[in-house]
Design a protein around this ligand. Structure first.
Ligand SMILES: [Zn+2]
Length: 331
């Protein structure tokens, strides 16, 4: 089979380089199957984000999944920009936000109703579907003031984030895509509890677009896709991805490169230099000041506590203080 992707000279075969380690996006391609993707194992970055908010465990898991999606999709941006995942739903976890800014900054937070959450935890009902409820998942690409903001929205009705992300690729991008997310809280000897989240996205990107047929959407009767229409190469990728074992992506002894090797080595998988992800927020005194400058005199008055205005960033919990007198004149 012809190799359709030109590979730069500095690309090494898997095994030629060491393991990139946690919090590092690893792009890869399986040339003979016309498949490309990215894989990551999030560790310390996730610990930092989750510890700052001390989210209850079921909420932390959803935040971790949102982070995985933001990193896997955001790291594909070819230009400077931002990828934002946001949910708005009627469940106890009514909002999740995770955003990835190029080259590698990640931040995230969740909004939830503690009473409703406690009741569900007590009842043992903590599936993602129950916690999120119904609503929507919006995926936004923002590449600055001079480019059009792109937003894809999919419904989140009784679906996991992984299923909703899958729907997004199918509906909005129309690229055959497999996405896998796995999150766990691990107890490592001597290190206490640590979060680990593994994510993999792989897409079918043949040179001939007519090969990218996506089977018909399942009908109301839940009939399966028209299998005959799916390209053989893509079917092979799907079959291999389906062999990912539960636990394989969150096992700290299985580096993402090893997983890629296990899945695709028979077809020849190459990995590319990736991106280190960092727990980094883009908030600043000036940005928050800009928001307050848009407030009416009444809103400013309502924001004053003990003679000052204190604003905390929802993402990173940094608190910024302002003198109310700075805003009085503007109104
Ligand atoms: Zn912040």
């Amino acid at each position: 089979m012809l190799e359709t992707v030109r590979v730069p000279d500095d690309i090494k075969k898997l095994g030629d380089f060491g393991f990139a380690g946690e919090d590092h996006v690893i792009p890869f391609e399986v040339g003979p199957l016309d498949a490309r993707g990215r894989v990551i194992a999030l560790g310390p970055v996730l610990d930092a984000i989750l510890a700052r908010h001390s989210y209850p465990e079921p909420v932390a898991r959803l935040v971790a999944e949102a982070c995985l999606i933001a990193v896997l999709l955001g790291s594909s941006l070819k230009f400077e920009g931002k990828f934002i995942l946001q949910t708005r739903t009627d469940g106890p976890v009514d909002m999740l936000v995770a955003d990835f800014s190029t080259p590698g900054s990640l931040r995230a937070y969740a909004q939830f109703d503690a009473d409703r959450l406690d009741a569900l935890v007590a009842a043992g009902e903590t599936s993602a579907q129950t916690l999120l409820g119904s609503g929507m998942l919006a995926l936004t690409i923002d590449q600055g003031a001079y480019t059009q903001r792109y937003q894809g929205i999919v419904e989140l009705d009784g679906k996991t984030l992984q299923e909703a992300a899958h729907d997004y690729f199918r509906q909005s991008e129309q690229i055959p895509t497999e996405i896998r997310l796995e999150v766990a809280k691990l107890v490592r000897p001597g290190e206490g509890e640590k979060w680990r989240a593994g994510g993999l996205v792989v897409q079918f990107l043949p040179e001939a677009p007519e090969r990218m047929r996506i089977g018909d959407l399942p009908g109301c009767d839940g009939a399966p896709e028209a299998e005959a229409e799916v390209d053989n190469a893509w079917r092979e990728v799907q079959a291999l991805a389906s062999t990912i074992e539960p636990g394989e992506m969150i096992d700290p002894t299985i580096e993402p490169e090893r997983l890629l090797y296990r899945l695709f080595h028979e077809h020849g998988v190459r990995v590319f230099p990736g991106v280190q992800v960092a727990d980094r927020c883009s908030c600043s005194q000036d940005r928050i000041r800009g928001i307050l400058e848009g407030f009416s005199a009444e809103e400013i008055a309502e924001s004053i506590e003990e003679g000052k205005i204190a604003v905390s960033c929802e993402f990173c919990s940094t608190t910024y203080e302002f003198d109310p007198a700075d805003f009085a004149e503007a109104n």
